[in-house]
Unconditional design. Structure first.
Length: 202
């Protein structure tokens, strides 16, 4: 029988409960404020880099190398409290310099007929921010778990080795995400200060 450890944080959180090990889902505060800014930044990214639909039927910038992401600063501001909570859950360092260096973001914008087959990520944690998700049945599907209860404005953090895919978009409504990989470093002083038992719940 599989058991799941649900880590409890000392910080105030809107993270969903009763999730499998190492899955964290947050609802972004002020999503309606950030949404048009991110969409505008993505539109600019497409324009200045002449990004075309790929063979799977969606726009993305994963494969264009070390080009400046027009939405990077926005994502840094949005993600900060949620990354901090993940870091505190596992005893990782929370300094901003580490965040700036050890992140890789890209956008994916799906239109009708688009899909993304099974794949996984690199890094210590992966994330998906649902900027536009008009139909929750078109959210990410995980091979081992199926689909989680997510909606537009949610961010899911998950272990990057988990196979997942985007199902085929059947409607004529656009789906837009920003995905990313993040590396962390254990904070020995943080662990020493709080004690190892804080991080165990079995």
């Amino acid at each position: 029988m599989m058991t799941h450890t649900i880590m409890k944080n000392t910080t105030t959180s809107n993270c969903k409960d009763n999730l499998p090990d190492h899955i964290h889902i947050f609802s972004v505060e002020d999503h309606e404020y950030w949404k048009p800014k991110l969409l505008e930044a993505i539109e600019l990214m497409i324009k200045i880099n002449n990004i075309k639909l790929n063979d799977w039927g969606f726009y993305y910038d994963f494969n264009i190398g070390k080009v400046k992401r027009t939405y990077k600063q926005l994502m840094d501001n949005i993600l900060l409290p949620y990354i901090n909570e993940v870091e505190e859950t596992y005893g990782f360092k929370t300094d901003s310099e580490s965040k700036r260096i050890n992140q890789h973001f890209w956008f994916q914008q799906y239109i009708q007929g688009a899909a993304h087959s099974w794949h996984n990520h690199n890094g210590h944690f992966a994330l998906i921010y649902y900027i536009e998700l008009p139909d929750s049945t078109e959210a990410t599907e995980f091979l081992n778990y199926g689909k989680f209860d997510v909606k537009e404005g949610d961010i899911i953090f998950f272990p990057p080795f988990l196979p997942h895919r985007s199902p085929k978009i059947k409607s004529n409504l656009r789906k837009t995400i920003i995905s990313g990989n993040i590396d962390f470093e254990v904070d020995g002083e943080f662990l020493k200060h709080h004690g190892e038992k804080r991080f165990r719940n079995r």
